[in-house]
Write a protein that binds this ligand. Structure first.
Ligand SMILES: O=P(O)(O)OP(=O)(O)OP(=O)(O)OC[C@H]1O[C@@H](n2cnc3c(O)ncnc32)[C@H](O)[C@@H]1O
Ligand SMILES: [Mg+2]
Length: 197
């Protein structure tokens, strides 16, 4: 089994990459295994730019292929916010609960028909001596009136995938990994993943 570095410190993402890469016979190492003090500044204005920054920074340091994920939630009624600022919506300290409370407050009084949103994930693969790959996956849905469920992470308790009657946090990890933005992004780097196993 081949090991790949995913340049993230988010434990929720790490678990999902582990589950989704296992079918390619790839095991996942993260920045938490490497050096928790590594802090890569996300200075881009798009998910793609930030994913590339994270993957290339670590590829240049280690001279190995590196995968990175930049993701977030776009809410139509908020003109696409929190978008690339999803992790720091309620402030610099990353706090999933504060972020989703701020989101619910900002949507107060907005009816169900106007609560459309999508999860977006850009996955980048930076490779020594080869061009960087970056692909986007999305998951359409809407924002619930209150948090429900305990699976997943981040905004999962307030995100209802299109066609579902439960929040993403009420889906098992296997269910989420079949429909998520991250699943759709990873699917697009499948050919490269198959060359890595
Ligand atoms: O940068 P790394 O270290 O990968 O970890 P991070 O948590 O800072 O990740 P991002 O910069 O990509 O910010 C993404 C935020 O968007 C939210 N998010 C992304 N994917 C999600 C998912 O599958 N379910 C729920 N929320 C998600 C979540 O709040 C994340 O903190
Ligand atoms: Mg981040």
């Amino acid at each position: 089994m081949k090991e790949l570095l995913v340049a993230t410190k988010n434990e929720g993402k790490i678990g999902e990459f582990r589950d989704m890469f296992s079918k390619y016979n790839i095991s996942v190492k993260s920045l938490l295994d490497l050096d928790e003090s590594i802090d890569i500044e996300e200075t881009g204005t798009t998910f793609e730019e930030n994913a590339v920054i994270k993957a290339q920074t670590m590829m240049e340091q280690l001279n190995i292929p590196v995968v990175a994920d930049d993701s977030g939630l776009e809410v139509d009624a908020l003109n696409g916010a929190p978008g690339v600022y999803s992790a720091r919506y309620a402030g610099i300290e990353k706090d999933d609960n504060e972020n989703l409370q701020k989101l619910l407050n900002n949507l107060e009084g907005i009816p169900e028909s106007q609560r459309d949103a999508r999860f977006v994930c850009a996955v980048a693969v930076a490779r020594p001596g080869a061009a960087t790959i970056v692909k986007r996956g999305t998951c359409e849905g809407s924002i619930a009136n209150e948090p429900q469920g305990s699976h997943g992470f981040g905004y999962d308790p307030v995100f209802i995938p299109k066609g579902a009657s439960r929040t993403m946090a009420e889906h098992t990890s296997d269910e989420k990994n079949k429909i998520s933005h991250r699943h759709h992004a990873i699917k697009q780097i499948e050919e490269w993943l198959k060359t890595q196993a």
